[in-house]
Write a protein that binds this ligand. Sequence first.
Ligand code: AMP
Ligand code: GLY
Length: 421
Amino acid sequence: MNILILGSGGREHALAWAVMQNPKCDKLIVAPGNAGIAQIADCASLDIEQGGAVVTFAEENAIDFVIIGPEAPLAAGVADRLREAGILVFGPSEAAARLEASKSFTKEICDAAKAPTAAYGHFTDADDAKDYVRQQGAPIVVKADGLAAGKGVIVAMDEATALEAIDDMFGGSFGGAGAEVVIEEFMEGEEASLFVLVDGEEVLSIGTAQDHKRVGEGDTGLNTGGMGAYSPAPVLSAEIEARAMEEIIKPTMAEMAKRGAPYQGVLYAGLMIKDGQPRLVEYNVRFGDPECQVLMMRLGAQALDLMHAAAEGRLGEAQVNWGDDHAITVVMAAKGYPGSYQKGTEIQGLEALPEDSSNMVFHAGTKAEGGKILANGGRVLNVTARGETLAEAHERAYAMVERIDWADGFFRRDIGWRALK
Ligand code: AMP
Ligand code: GLY
């Protein structure tokens, strides 16, 4: 099988790494890729949000199967263009991708499916939104409706912060994403993520994970795309996972099918768990980044078979072969992230690190220049390891981190603390 993966982050490096291990993969191209991906696959520059360009590229390169990593091409209908051209693709249609692209749409689907989630109101007018906040009181959560690169959510612990967030959003600080605003009840509990594959009808769990969104140790400081993650998530017990499947995921997938927008691809359910009850925080229509890195470390080569089965509508006959293992990933980021940071600083020591089924440094934002590896983004490396216990995986990952020589980078030393304590 000739395979094309779209994307350029640590998520796509991990996907490429897993796919490459499967003998069914004859050729792999990643577009646009990064310096780490280029060490294991061909990279090609391509505008991945242009469906026409992706179809032409896939045809010219005799691609049999396309895996779409990030949300932007999904929301832009790239999976639809590929399907229309008769090319097998893993990833939801533009209509189904609204589960991430529009928060008010997701809330409406949850209502119809009676899926437990936060109570909410949605508004296109700032004064109405403010009245609602004054009625409900704080803490309360204000969300831009559309895609805002993970920045469109303000968890307001007091009313003034919520009112200010409403002004910001309607004032255009999130562009078109903030023209509509969802205001939600603040949910207490512990957060964890459940990842499932869906083939339009069947749903198959492929694992749980928890990430650390805050930049600082002890989960303090600004929100980021994620400073580290681990899998499995102990808080998501088999029992709670089963409840999330029966009460949230299956009913919402059935509702999507009923509305003529069956879901195909990976669905990432962010859950808030309290007293054994999971409630939906949000859906994403792609793998989490860096959660994908720990899932791929645990699944290995079978990830390709599973994604292929989802794309071909064969999930009913698929099953996951679980190891009794744990994985963790530590993000190394450029100093200053998630604020402004420098690009182009040199990273040394990578070539001496182990690369095997239990140790892997995935590149998130790097480029190769003159034989050197340079930082080329905010989140730069995902140092990932697997072990029989989380403690073993943790030790392996941090042992690699210590050997990476990058003066301009930083990382959190406490990834996994909740599960390790
Ligand atoms: P989202 O972009 O929807 O994942 O939101 C970012 C983060 O905000 C989530 O991971 C939660 O930690 C928090 N959050 C979102 N919605 C709620 C809510 N209704 N109650 C409490 N926390 C929330
Ligand atoms: N790590 C969070 C996300 O991918 O949305």
